[in-house]
Ligand binder design. Sequence first.
Ligand SMILES: [Zn+2]
Length: 404
Amino acid sequence: MTVESTMAKRHTSIIGGNACRNRSHNRRVVLDFVRANEPAGRAEIARSCGLSVQAVSNIIESLEHDGLLQADGHRLGARGKPALQYRFDPDRAFSVGVELRPDVAMCALINLSGEMIFWEQSELADASLSCAIEAVSNLVNRAISASGRDQKSWLGTGIVMPGPFGVSEISFAGGTSLPGWDNVDIRRVFSEALGCEVIVENDATAAAISERMSGVARGLDSFCFVYFGTGLGLGVISGGHAQGGAMGNAGEIGHVITASGGLSCACGNRGCLEMYASRASALRYLSDSGVAAANGNDLSALLRENSPVLSSWLDRAAEHLSRAIGMVENLLDPEAVILGGVMPEPIVAALVARLDLPRGSVSNRKDRTIARVLQGSSGRHTAAMGGAAMIVHQTITPSITVYS
Ligand SMILES: [Zn+2]
C-alpha cells in the first residue's frame, strides 16, 4: 500500500510559493514531489514546484538533516554538469495509529509511504480511561519494538475514537461511545502517557483519510465514508479537506432519523439510522429472533449459511442506509460514498448489493465513471491506519489538510 499514485496525480496542481507562503508548506511540496518522481535534482524540483533553486537548496538541506531525503549519485542532464539526485526514504520515520473502542484497542504502525509494518489489537478489561491508557501504552511500545524501529524516528500517534466528543446527550448513546471521557483532554493525556505528539480524531474521519491515502478513495477529492464502528459514523472529505464542523462532531450519521417514530435510541431520539444499520443492531435483531450471534465472525458464518433472519436484517438495514445515503448525496454532492469499517467485509458487500438508492439524487448522473457507493478496502485496519496516516500527512504531505 503506497500513496505514490495519489502523489503523482496531485503534485502538478500543488505548487510552493517563494513569497513565504510558509516554509513548512514548501518543505512538504518538495518532499511530495520527490516521493512521486525520485530520483530528482534541485533544478527539476524547483521548476516543477514553482520555487527558486536557492529555496529548494535550503529545503533539501533541512530534509537531509532530518533524514527524509538522501543524495543518490549524479545524473547527466540535457546540458551542464551532472546534477546531484535525491531520493525519499520511506523507512526513515514512522507513525502509529490507535483505534479505541469501548472493548478493544487496535494499533497500526506505518512507514512514510503508508505501508503497514505492524498490526495488533488488545481487548480492554473495561472502557475506563486508566485501562485504555495502559493498554495503548503497552500496544504502542510493542509495535515499536516488534518492528525494530528507533524511537527517535517516531513522528507521533493518531488516537482514533468513536464520536461525538463533548456532547452530553448522545455521547452516552448505548455503549457505542466511550462513557465518562467527556471532560478529559484526551490529546494531552495520551501525549503525556506516550511521550509523543498526539492527534485525536473520530473513527469515521480517520477511516476516510486512510481510504484516500491507500484505498478506494485514491484520487478522490470529495467523498464520504460511512464507518461501521461500534456505532455508525460519517467521515466527510470535501475539496481535499476533512470537515469537522464547529466542534469536530460533523458526520454523526448514526443519529440521523430514518424512521419516523421508529425504534428508541439511547440518544433520546426514535428511529435513528444506527438502530437499523450497525453491528450492534444486527446482533440485537438476531438475538431478538432467537439466533445466537456475539461478534463479526458469527455474522459472517450466518451469511455463509444463508440465515433467513440475517437476510431479513440486511434487507431492512439496506433500506435505511439507502435513505441516509440519498440524504448525504443531496447534502454534500460527494464523488462517491464508501462503506466500510469493522463490520465483516462480506456483510458490507451484502449491504452494498442490497442498496436501492433514491433516483432523485444529485449523484444520479449519466456521466459517472465510478459507482455511487463503493466498498472500503482496508477493512478493520482502516481507522487505526487513518490515525497513523494523519500524523504522516501532517509531516510531509501538502495535498490533504485535516480541517481547513
Ligand atoms: Zn440516536
